[in-house]
Design a protein around this ligand. Sequence first.
Ligand code: ZN
Length: 185
Amino acid sequence: MQNVSNVNKKIETETERFHSAMLMVREFSRIDTKKQCLAFKKSYGPIRRNGKNIKNSEILSYAKHFAVALKNFDEAWLLMPSDERRGLLLRQIQAEFNVAPVTKSKVYFHISKGKQPVLRMRSDNLLATIWLTLAEMLQENRNTQKCDHCGIWFVPNERRRTASRYAFCCEDHQIKFHNQRKGRK
Ligand SMILES: [Zn+2]
């Protein structure tokens, strides 16, 4: 029998999984050199298509396409565009998604006691996971942001998602950032 603390632990793990996937796709979108390809593969594993490892030059081109889609989402998510503009951005992402290498994915239904049933997706290749994560981000309206003090990418709390001018990974960096600015004046 599952006790309450186990259930809570499971929710936390699921959230963590999504958070780390969001940071992973951000890293993928920023790949611009062969060196970055190698570093990415070292962290997250091989990138295959139809069971074969793909060349770095192909990874660069996939990353570039993905970066465009993520950039569109960044604008839709953060800059609060007009409804018309938002619709256009989302349709562009949809067009990219529909030709993206989302293959060999398995969709299944997960039911656990005392929780809402969820639709889960499992894929056997990283490119599919990357695109499916973006789809999940759109669906959940979650995204990553860059800290204006230390430059790391992080997952903000939902309540922090505002069109405010600056973003910070923690309160400490918010204070440091503003103190430094005051010091400069
Ligand atoms: Zn920071």
